[in-house]
Ligand binder design. Structure first.
Ligand code: UPG
Length: 440
């Protein structure tokens, strides 16, 4: 269902990125050009809408999940969202449970839509067949994000005859605005009376549709809102908000110039992007009517080799953008501070061990209920555990109890037996086999 003018929109966006690449300091946001933000609105201060108001606004909201990523950093070949996080339950199962239970609670239509890439589409849609009630009668369960050529040092599309597929890359999740339009999904949603969407990373199981935020957008006519948390030292991969020359910017870790160590100053850059983003689809449509490549997003330059598995292959750059960066170009965009419970990203096997353990219990509505007392346990596993298969899964076939653990550091060749309990701060060095039932 590609819309008329689809190619023109994709080309306009690519042309814009190529122009940005030729500007001095392309893709960089140095710390000395940025200023911190003052306080922002807080979710705890927003009023709870009454049931009818909540139903009305959620009935016109779609839940979108960014699902284009493969779990390559964890050694997987398939979609990261098909990783098991509790016995028999993958990220996508939990997302389906969350949407079904929110629909039931508010009696709202609330379609679930995935933004897939070619590699994630088929297995993800297959898994969703487990939930026949989830499918909307009219709105498809997904749309595809675009792709663009990898670029060589002399600015040409990379050639890799050995595997031409590797000549292409995804343009980052900032592609969502263009992909919604060119797939025809944007027009379809608007025609179906869906006015807002709530987008989040498929790996963040804290991102439940929240009626207070939906009603806030509707009542204050907010075109775009980003949910942020107060950053901690653990928030290394991602982006924070700042001011730059009178405009708000999202600075991604990939935009920090070499030798600039300002990114990790969480006392200064307090607001960390959760990538839980809400926007008004009508406003997006009118921005794109005026400029097909809208909203304007700063460039991210990702340096890799054409074959990521072969460090000796041709060096390339991948031109990317981040969805949340639209906060800097959409007039009237807002940021809101939310509690940590809405942000539980799983970026590494460290994070995976925490969600697999009893530190979180999965309830029937797909909510991950924290069982720890104050803060989640901080897990740090050495390189023997980075890849899920076979390393992590053979070493930790069943997650230890972590609900009373503050920090766990595991270094070297360690394997865990069943029903191991970790309490407080624990460090384990290998070689070691922790026996069944051990309390540490
Ligand atoms: N994704 C796509 N298509 C792409 C790239 C990514 O669908 O081309 C998906 C991916 O599957 C995942 C999500 O987007 O679900 C986020 O990607 P990921 O690489 O895990 O996160 P980052 O891009 O590193 O960081 C994002 C935001 C950052 C924020 C962080 C919170 O850009 O600002 O702090 O998410 O986890």
């Amino acid at each position: 269902m590609r819309s008329a003018g689809a190619h023109a929109m994709e080309l306009a966006a690519l042309r814009r990125r190529l122009e940005q690449l030729s500007e001095p300091g392309a893709g960089e946001l140095p710390g000395n050009e940025l200023e911190p933000l003052d306080d922002i609105s807080k979710l705890v201060d927003l009023p709870e809408p009454d049931v009818e108001e909540a139903r009305r606004v959620l009935d016109r909201t779609a839940v979108l999940k960014l699902n284009g990523g493969l779990g390559t950093s964890m050694g997987l070949t398939g979609p990261k969202s098909l990783l098991e996080i509790k016995p028999g339950k993958t990220f996508l199962d939990v997302i389906a449970m969350q949407v079904l239970s929110t629909r039931e609670k508010y009696n709202a239509r609330l379609p679930l839509i995935l933004m897939n890439s070619a590699g994630t589409r088929e297995p993800s849609l297959e898994l969703l067949k487990r939930y026949p009630d989830l499918a909307d009668e009219v709105i498809p369960a997904d749309f595809l994000q675009g792709r663009e050529p990898k670029i060589t040092a002399d600015g040409r599309p990379a050639e890799w005859p050995a595997n031409p597929e590797l000549e292409w890359c995804p343009p980052g999740h900032g592609d969502i605005y263009i992909a919604l339009a060119v797939s025809g999904m944007l027009d379809l949603l608007l025609a179906q009376g869906i006015r807002w969407c709530f987008v989040s990373n498929a790996d963040n199981l804290g991102a439940l549709p929240d009626a207070r935020i939906a009603a806030w957008l509707a009542n204050e006519n907010i075109p775009f809102a980003m949910e942020t948390v107060l950053g901690t030292a653990a928030d290394r991969k991602g982006g924070h908000l700042a001011w730059r020359a009178g405009r708000i910017v999202l600075r991604e870790s990939a935009q920090v110039p070499d030798g600039d160590d300002s990114f990790g100053d969480v006392g200064k850059w307090r607001f960390f992007n959760t990538n839980n983003i809400w926007f008004d689809l009508e406003r997006l449509k009118s921005l794109q009517d005026a400029d097909p490549a809208a909203p304007l997003l700063p460039l991210i330059v990702n340096r890799k080799t054409v074959d990521p598995a072969d460090a000796a292959s041709t060096p390339v750059i991948q031109l990317e953008t981040a969805m949340g960066a639209a906060i800097g170009s959409v007039e009237g965009a807002r940021a809101i501070e939310i509690p940590r419970s809405r942000f539980a990203p799983v970026k590494t096997t460290d994070d995976l061990l925490v969600v697999r353990s009893d530190a979180y219990v999965l309830d029937d509505g797909g909510e991950m209920i924290p069982e720890f007392t104050t803060t989640p346990p901080v897990v740090s596993l050495s390189k023997e555990f980075y890849k899920l298969l076979p390393d992590f899964d053979t070493r930790i076939p069943s997650a230890p109890s972590l609900k009373e653990c503050t920090s766990l550091e595991v270094d070297g060749d360690v394997t865990f037996g069943k029903n191991v309990v970790i309490r407080g701060d624990v460090k384990i060095s290998g070689p070691k086999a922790v026996p069944d039932g051990e309390i540490l």
